[in-house]
Design a protein around this ligand. Structure first.
Ligand SMILES: [Zn+2]
Length: 122
């Protein structure tokens, strides 16, 4: 069925079942993050008494919403890669990302080794 040439990339060792499960997982995260952002951004600070505390909460909410949006963007990008057939290979070394890693972090863009290198370089 799939017969397009891979350009210097080894196909990731993911079965159709793996991909289906990972896609489901990504959609789950998409829903969860969208709800989370919705909740965080709809809680507008009140002007009544305790307004300062509400403002502080809104500040925390805005930060949480910002990080939720980042995860959401990663998840959306992973789904795009899946649609384009590029899902599951490391962005840096182009090697397949381990299934075990994808099972935990389905939106992962880097293999375990490159993740370590990136973290060590910080
Ligand atoms: Zn890599």
């Amino acid at each position: 069925m799939v017969n397009h040439r891979t350009i210097g990339e080894r196909a990731p060792a993911l079965s159709a079942e793996d991909l289906a499960a990972l896609r489901e997982n990504l959609h789950e995260q998409l829903r969860f993050r969208r709800e989370q952002i919705e909740q965080l951004t709809s809680a507008a600070p009140g002007d009544g008494p305790g307004g300062r505390r509400a403002a502080a909460q809104a500040e925390v909410g805005a930060q949480l919403a910002a990080s939720a949006r980042m995860v959401l963007a990663d998840v959306e990008a992973a789904l795009r890669r899946m649609d384009e057939g590029r899902y599951g290979s490391c962005r840096l070394c182009r090697r397949p990302i381990a299934r075990e890693l994808l099972a935990i972090v389905p939106q992962a863009r880097h293999c375990a080794r490159c993740r370590q290198v990136r973290e060590a370089g910080r």
